[in-house]
Each structure stands twice: as C-alpha cells, then as structure tokens.
Write a new protein. Structure first.
Lengths: 557, 215
C-alpha cells in the first residue's frame, strides 16, 4: 500500500486513491487550514492558507524536502511523500496569510451573520497572530444588496476564495457569479440584469467561508451560536438530501445541507432549503377533532382516539371490506408500518393503498450548459417526485398488503361505493388529496384524516388528527436509490399536535413510547425488503437497503 | 464518628473577682456607651428618601441605551449582551438598516425591538461589558418601581428615555465616543492595535515598545 508520512505519522492510502495533502492530513488527524479548496469544486490554490512543506523519502531512507512551501490542496500525494504542516516555516506562513487576508477585512464580527461559524474567525484564533500591523485605512467596497433573490453580498468581507464563482460554473453550470476587476479592486459580482437565481443558488451562502454572501432569508434572524442542530433529511423530493435542522426555542430558522456522498453530495436545492415555511404556518392543525354532522364533538386526544377506534370497528362490523387506509409517501417507514398493522388489526380485509405521489415536471439535472440543457456528468438532481419516502411506504405495503395500490384506484372505488370508510395518513404540505379529487370523497360515510395543515380534506373529515411535520418527528425515509436515512425530532410542533408515530402507537394500543431505533429493528424482521434496518441506529449517512442482512454501515467513499 | 475525648480541650471560665461579681463595672460600661450616643452629633442614619444616597460611580442600576451623535440608537443589535446575560432577560429583534437612507449608510443592522426584563435582571453588568459599541450601560438609578410586571419590561423607547434623563444628570455621563464598532472598525482614524492575545516572547511585536511598529 502506498504510504504518505504526514507530520511524522505514516498514513496508508488506497492504490488508486487520488488525494491531496489536505485530505491525507485529515486521515492522519491533522488539520491543514484552507479556504478556497472544496472537495466538490476545482482546485485554484488561491487563498494560500494550506501552504505546507512537501518532500520525498528516498529509497535509501533519506528525506529530501522541497525548499519552497507548496499549496496542500494542489499537491497530490504519492507513495513515499512527506508532508509537514506543523513546522515553524508553515506556521509562519499561515500567520502571514491570515494577516494578509485580514488586511481589508472589516472587523464587524458583532454585526456579521457568519460570526460563530466563520472560517476567518476560527483560523485567526487557531493559526493567526491576534493583532494587525496595518496602519493604513482599510479598503472598503460598497455592499451589493441584490446578488439574487435570496442572496446578498457584503463585498468588503469577501476574501476572494472564489468558491461561489466555481460553484455556479461547475455545479449549477449557470455561471452567474464572476470576479470583476483585478488586484485589490477584485470583487464578486453578477452581470447587470442577470442575478444569481438558479435553483442551487443558496449553496453559495454555505460555501462562503466568511460572511460575504448571506442568505436574505436568515439574515439577522438569529445568532448562530443560539441554534441547536439535529440531523434530518429534506422531504422536498425523493433525492433525500441529508440536512441539519437549525432551531431555537422551537422555531425553525434554517436548513443546511449535510455532506453525505451516498445521498446527494454536499449541496441542496433552494426548493428544499427555503421550502419549510409551512412548518410554522398559521394553518397548522393544533388539536384533534371529532365531528358529527358539522358539529364539533370533542377536541381532546383522550376522547378522540378511543372514539376513532370504535368508529372504525363499527364501520368494519357493518361492512368488513369497505374500509381503506391510505398511507402518504410523506409518512416515515415506522408510521407506515404501525398504520398498516393497525389497519390489519381492525380487519384483515382492510385495503391498504399508497397516498398521492406528487410529481412535478421532470427531474432537474445540474450542471446546466449554456443553453440551459443538462450537461454531463450530472452533479446534482432535483427530482420530479416531490415526496421523501415513496420507496419506504411501498416496501411496507408490498409486504403487508401484497401489492401497491395507487391512490387513484382508491378514489375510483370510493366513487363506485366500494369503500365507505377511509383513513388518510397525510403529511404532504400541499394536501393529502389533489384539489380536483376532493369532491370524490363526498360519498364516504367515515373519513379520518391525520395531517399537518388545514385543507379541504380535513374540513370534510369526521375525525381529524393533528400530526407533525417531518422536522418534529423521528423516523426513517427511504430515498429514490433505496438509501434509508434517519430523521430526528428537531423541534416541538404546535401545542395540541402530536408526532404521528405517537398517535399511531396509541391507536394500535401498544404500550411504551415511540422509539424509532427499536421499531426499525422490528420492521427489519417483519419486512425482508427493509432487512437492512436491523442496525437500528442508521448513523449519519444512512443505510442502503441493498445491503440487506449486513448489520453494519456501508463504507462511505 | 464520635469525638475522641483526647481531642477535646475543656476551657474553664475565669473566676470573677469581687468587683465583677457586683456587676457594677458592666452597668457603668453600658451607661457610658449610651452617654456617647446622646452626645454624638454625627448620626449614621440617612434620611432616605428625602436625602438621596451618595452612590459610587460604578453602581449598577437601571439600564439605558445610548444614542450616537446623530440621535439614533447606538445599539447595532449584535446580541452580545443577550448572549452574555446570565439571567436571559434581554430580548432583541434585529432588522437591517434602511438601505436608501444616507443617514444609515454606515450601519448594517439595528434593533427593531429591544426589551429588558428589569425584574429578571440581576444587575451584574455583563451586558455592559459585552457591548462592543458601548451602547448599553447601567445607570445609578436604583429606586425602580412599577405597578405591573409589564411596566418593568423596558423597551427600546423607555431605555432611550433613561439615557435622555441621565446623560446630563452628572452621575452617568456619556463615557465613550467610539466609532460604530469601536476602534477596530473606525476606518478613517484607525490606530494600530496592541496584541489582543498572547504573543510568543521571541515575536517581533512582543519586543517592540509600541505594538505594531515594524523595526
């Protein structure tokens, strides 16, 4: 195996691996600071923060070092290479680089949104000199408030790492951002009238190591050190981007992509990034409700759930085969499993179906070429299927019902009077039933809806159960490629609503609390297609369903 | 664990002599103290509230929000005070400064609302320490009363009016006239900063007489 010596520590690398000094130092447990380098973008070696000493160990054992420092991001490693990142020479270079980067950087950290997660702050603290020798006035460039609908640029804070420029050129392919002027007059800018509004534009804010590019949506909302993060999965489409949910005092403030090579890479789209606002909608269901003839009978969980259970049992007694349960692809695997079990517990003849799968146009592939057509190789995909867990729910249905019945079939059967009672488990913020189809539900004698938002369907229902948004519950989503990822309860929902899993546990009459890991193991035993869930804890990157039977995490590349 | 009798030392009360056993010396001693009080014309009692106490200048009373020379609130809504506050009694909502107003060109952000719960506050002065623009200060006002809890939630206007009341009273002068974010951001008149953190002894700056001068 090729071996590289990093700060006197031997590091073995794979025979075909192409790594640079920064990556190999990471394996050795050492950090080489860098700004402009990002593993998904091309290398420009312009920030000079990653300068290291590089040398070679000759076959006779002598070590020959190169006289000059090399940028670690641009220097590939090979067998017998020596990398030194902690020598006096390197430390002095890091100090000098930081002093240079800070020359014109305004020290307005107190009002800067990036403070607390700022690369310049962190590295200045770790590697910098802590004071400036500059005696001249700083070079201040005017702010550009409109870089895009969601992006604002504080030009004076920019350190010209050009990560944002390379992102729009290489990942989104839309090339809106560029560097204008030269030398000390360099600025990030857009062509006049061509703002950075592509669907991946929000990522340039995450890529910016300093507070130059800021998200208008999050600007001045919170100081980042107050935010509490939980790992989650974006429910916006079936790509299932790994994200973090950042909240404070049960108010969601932002979603950020979390690097996951098995899911989406390092980025996420703006539809997902800014599409969570319904979580705090004033249309949220805030209490369960039992209605009869347009009159509210009860709004108390302790009364509604027993009433619901007996109403369903009555319906089955009258007509054993006229009850159907619809599970939305927005439900987690655990919820689908619990509800399917509940449906079969009421009556083995209950029909199970998959809820409405919203498809919006076609898959949106990035990068784009100059004509807006997708260019190869594809680096990011926004999928047309706008739901997070169709595959997971289908797996449950295939096992317990034997087939996957689409929602349209159920609607037809309702129209023909073959179904008189319907339980809909929703979760889709656009509504569990398309607006055009709501009228078809008029024939039902009993409609139960467990959902998130008030909708025409919940208005019709005899029983409304106030469920939770994806950020408020634990569970598993299976994305388009069969990657099962865990979502966690990042915040509490409105008072009176309950996590869906808890509602279903109570309906099912199970004792104990909803615990996703334990349920996952039970599901793995019951459903062969989901056998990979046997690990219980899916880890940060999730588990591929194709890895069934292996009780270990997939290696991460 | 019981105490070992060896460790116990018994102290006997000294026996009283003849005069002491009459108790007369103790009685006269007491009468002398009373007599001293009768003839003392420098009483320690203060006639509060007719006579206000003379508080030290560093006394930590009710907060105020300072104004800058343009009369705007000096606060930049950085929320350092809310972060530093151990009682979590400061609540700030920030807003971006009006972009098209030239008067606000030098500011990125200002507090839309700034509320201090004076009842929750423990008057530790951490907010004053944390403020990078010397906007929040504690005044010498200590006799704060209110009829409702809501009255004791001081909002931005009330905190600014405390500034207007106290700035000329002599007790709480405006202490600093720094730039918008202190020296560091005062671009036109930037002084070289001394080392803010530890510097190695062999560093050139450590040996320099005034920090930042290149030999």
């Amino acid at each position: 195996m090729p071996t590289v010596i990093v700060n006197n520590k031997p590091v073995e690398i794979g025979p075909t691996e192409k790594l640079n000094c920064i990556q190999v130092a990471q394996r050795a447990g050492d950090e080489i600071p860098s700004y402009c380098w990002h593993h998904d973008l091309s290398v420009v070696a312009s920030c000079r923060m990653c300068l290291v000493e590089v040398g070679e160990k000759k076959p006779d054992g002598t070590i020959v070092m190169q006289p000059k420092l090399s940028p670690g991001c641009q220097t590939p490693v090979k067998d017998g290479m020596v990398v030194v990142s902690n020598s006096e020479k390197v430390l002095a270079a890091q100090k000098a680089t930081l002093e240079y980067l800070l020359l014109n950087h305004p020290l307005d950290c107190p009002v800067c949104d990036q403070a607390g997660e700022c690369g310049l702050q962190d590295y200045s603290y770790k590697y910098g000199r802590g004071y400036s020798r500059l005696q001249e006035p700083k070079n201040i460039k005017p702010d550009k408030d409109y870089i895009g609908d969601q992006i604002t640029l504080f030009t004076d804070r920019c350190i010209m790492c050009t990560r944002c420029v390379r992102f729009t050129r290489e990942i989104s392919g839309t090339s809106e951002l560029q560097v204008v002027s030269r030398g000390t007059h360099e600025e990030i800018d857009i062509f006049p009238g061509d703002p950075c509004n592509n669907k991946l534009a929000g990522n340039v804010v995450d890529l910016c190591p300093v507070g130059a590019l800021c998200s208008k949506d999050f600007l001045y909302q919170q100081r980042v050190w107050w935010l509490k993060s939980k790992n989650s999965v974006c429910p916006g489409c079936s790509t299932g981007c790994s994200i973090t949910v950042d909240q404070n005092e049960d108010v969601l403030y932002r979603l950020k992509p979390r690097e996951n090579p098995q899911a989406q890479g390092s980025f996420m789209c703006d539809e997902g990034r800014f599409g969570w606002k319904y979580v705090h909608s004033d249309q949220r269901l805030t209490h369960p409700e039992q209605r009869s003839g347009g009159q509210t009978i009860s709004k108390d969980w302790d009364a509604v759930l027993p009433a619901l259970r007996s109403a369903l049992k009555d319906a089955v007694l009258k007509n054993p085969s006229k009850l159907a349960v619809v599970i939305s692809p927005w439900a987690t695997v655990e919820e689908a499993y619990l509800l399917a079990k509940f449906a079969k517990q009421i009556s083995p003849n209950t029909r199970l179906a998959l809820g409405q799968v919203r498809v919006d146009g076609e898959d949106d592939l990035y990068p784009k070429d100059i004509h807006g057509k997708p260019a190869l190789p594809t680096k990011f995909t926004i999928r047309a299927e706008k739901c997070p867990n169709r595959r997971g729910v289908e797996a449950v249905l295939k096992q317990i019902e034997g087939k996957v019945v689409p929602f349209s079939t159920i609607l037809d059967q309702v129209g023909r009077g073959e179904i008189e009672s319907l339980f809909i488990l929703g979760g889709d913020p656009e509504g569990a039933v398309a607006a055009a189809d709501v009228g078809k539900l008029d024939k039902l004698k009993l409609l139960v809806v467990q959902d998130l938002l008030v909708s025409p369907v919940t208005a019709k229902a005899q029983f409304v159960l106030a469920g939770s948004a994806w950020a408020e519950k634990e569970g598993t989503f299976v994305n388009h490629a069969g990657l099962a990822q865990a979502i966690y309860r990042g915040l509490r929902g409105p008072e009176g609503s309950r996590p869906d899993g808890r509602i279903l546990m109570e309906l099912l009459g199970r004792s104990g609390l909803f615990h996703a890991s334990t349920l996952r193991q039970e599901i793995a035993g019951a459903i062969p297609e989901l056998a990979a869930l046997i690990v219980g804890d899916l880890g940060e990157d999730g588990v591929l369903l194709s890895a069934a039977g292996k009780a270990e995490l997939q290696p991460v590349g | 664990m019981p105490i070992d009798p060896k460790d116990v030392e018994w102290v006997e009360e000294p026996p009283m002599n003849f005069w002491e056993s009459t108790f007369l010396p103790a009685v006269f001693d007491g009468l002398r103290t009373t007599g001293n009080h009768v003839t003392d014309f420098h009483p320690v009692t203060e006639f509060y509230p007719e006579q206000k106490p003379n508080l030290p200048t560093q006394y930590r009373g009710v907060h105020r929000l300072n104004r800058d020379d343009k009369g705007r609130v000096k606060c930049v809504a950085c929320m350092m005070c809310a972060t530093a506050c151990p009682a979590h009694c400061i609540d700030i909502v920030a807003q971006d400064a009006p972009k098209d107003d030239p008067d606000w060109a030098d500011r990125d952000k200002f507090p839309k609302s700034f509320v201090i719960d004076e009842l929750k506050c423990i008057y530790c002065g951490m907010c004053e320490e944390a403020c990078p623009v010397d906007s929040i200060e504690l005044t010498s006002i200590f006799d704060l009363v209110g009829l409702t809890r809501q009255e004791m939630m001081f909002d931005k206007e009330k905190l600014l009016s405390v500034f207007d009341q106290t700035k000329d009273s002599g007790k709480d002068p405006i202490r600093t006239h720094k730039g918008k974010l202190g020296h560091a951001s005062d671009f036109t008149n930037l002084h070289t900063l001394g080392p803010a953190t530890a510097v190695r002894l062999d560093d050139r700056a450590a040996k320099a007489e005034s920090a930042g001068v290149i030999e």
